[in-house]
Design a binder for this molecule. Structure first.
Ligand SMILES: [Zn+2]
Length: 341
């Protein structure tokens, strides 16, 4: 199916919350990784989300260009072109964008969508994340409110973060003193400020001990019950309409029971990057180790063109990542839930 439109994306989010499942939101950096996500979603009959980070966009634009918005546009245009060949809905989103990168990244993409809409074409992206979690909450929300005022005119969904996701992603790492657990008071303030601008859905990454990257079991203490406390507080104060659509960041390596508890409390989007990176690279490493004297020209030999042609090992990597996407849809309970009839 084509990339989901605004109404379809909103429906996806509500279906997930009601059905207690979440969509995998998978970071891609290339045509091949985008194709892997589409294949994995189609194989599992799950709708899902493809997203691009600032670093992923810069990479996709080429080593000599390094334009984060340009690369993101390029990937999104590819997805718009090929998505109709897959029997599922996919939404396009962008990942963490700190305040200092809003102009070169998110606002450039919003302007691109505005130009397209003015010409009668569909949105380029469905939504964008602003990560103001390093700022005091009031400053974070001042920026979020301004963004939402602009976004709502173009049917764009805003994702924000309160609290701080630990660890490191895309070269940005949180300090050890960061606030890894958010509070119902903080999330209530989010709802008050954002719902004053628009009654439309937004996505909230409320942290409950999440850490980016991969850690050995036991090193990360997740408390998904925080999400329930936040839902209970917002519904009691502002009503059922204000119930959150949460985003689960930093979930690589999480215990399945913690993931499922987060889904039970309204996590509808789970960002997955690290585990996908590993699945992709693992297949390439396997190919290279097994075909050592084919991918290399050892001792004056000529190697094997069929081994060092990038297509066979990139196809293995695409299939391995697609299989990891299938596993993610099973863990997130989105397999078999596509809205596509
Ligand atoms: Zn994240």
């Amino acid at each position: 199916m084509p990339v989901a439109d605004y109404g379809q994306f909103c429906e996806m989010l509500d279906r997930a919350r009601k059905g207690r499942f979440a969509y995998p939101a998978i970071n891609v950096t290339s045509l091949t990784t985008a194709n892997a996500v589409l294949k994995g979603l189609a194989d599992s009959r799950s709708d899902g989300i493809i997203q691009v980070s600032t670093g992923g966009g810069a990479f996709a634009s080429g080593a000599a260009v390094k334009d984060m918005a340009l690369g993101a546009i390029s990937i999104a245009e590819h997805v718009h072109r090929v998505a109709p060949r897959y029997p599922i809905y996919v939404a396009l989103h962008t990942d963490h964008c700190q305040a200092d990168k809003l102009d070169p990244f998110v606002m450039s993409l919003v302007e691109e969508t505005e130009r397209r809409r003015a010409a009668g074409r569909p949105n380029l992206f469905n939504g964008h994340m602003f990560d103001g979690s390093a700022l005091p909450l009031a400053d974070n929300l001042d920026i979020a409110v301004k963004l939402l005022e602009r976004f709502k005119r173009s049917d764009l969904i805003l994702e924000i973060e309160v609290g701080v996701v630990g660890g490191e992603e895309d070269g940005v790492s949180a300090s050890a003193a960061a606030k890894l657990y958010t509070t119902p008071e903080d999330t209530l303030e989010v709802a008050r400020r954002l719902r004053a601008v628009s009654a439309a859905p937004y996505l909230l990454a409320a942290t409950f001990g999440n850490v980016h990257g991969m850690y050995k079991p036991g090193q990360v203490k997740l408390k998904p019950s925080i999400l329930k406390d936040c839902q209970d507080a917002v519904v009691a104060t502002l009503g059922e309409e204000a119930r959150f659509h949460f985003v689960f960041h930093g979930g690589s390596g999480s215990e399945l029971r913690d993931i499922h508890e987060a889904l039970d409390h309204g996590a509808v989007k789970m960002n997955i990057d690290t585990d996908m990176q590993y699945a992709f690279t693992r297949a390439i490493a396997d190919h290279c180790f097994k075909n050592y004297d084919g991918v290399l020209r050892v001792d004056g030999d000529v190697g094997n063109k069929h081994a060092y042609d990038p297509r066979p090992y990139m196809t293995k990597a695409e299939n391995a990542m697609a299989a990891r996407v299938v596993r993610a849809t099973a863990e997130l309970r989105s397999a078999g839930t596509t809205m596509m009839q």
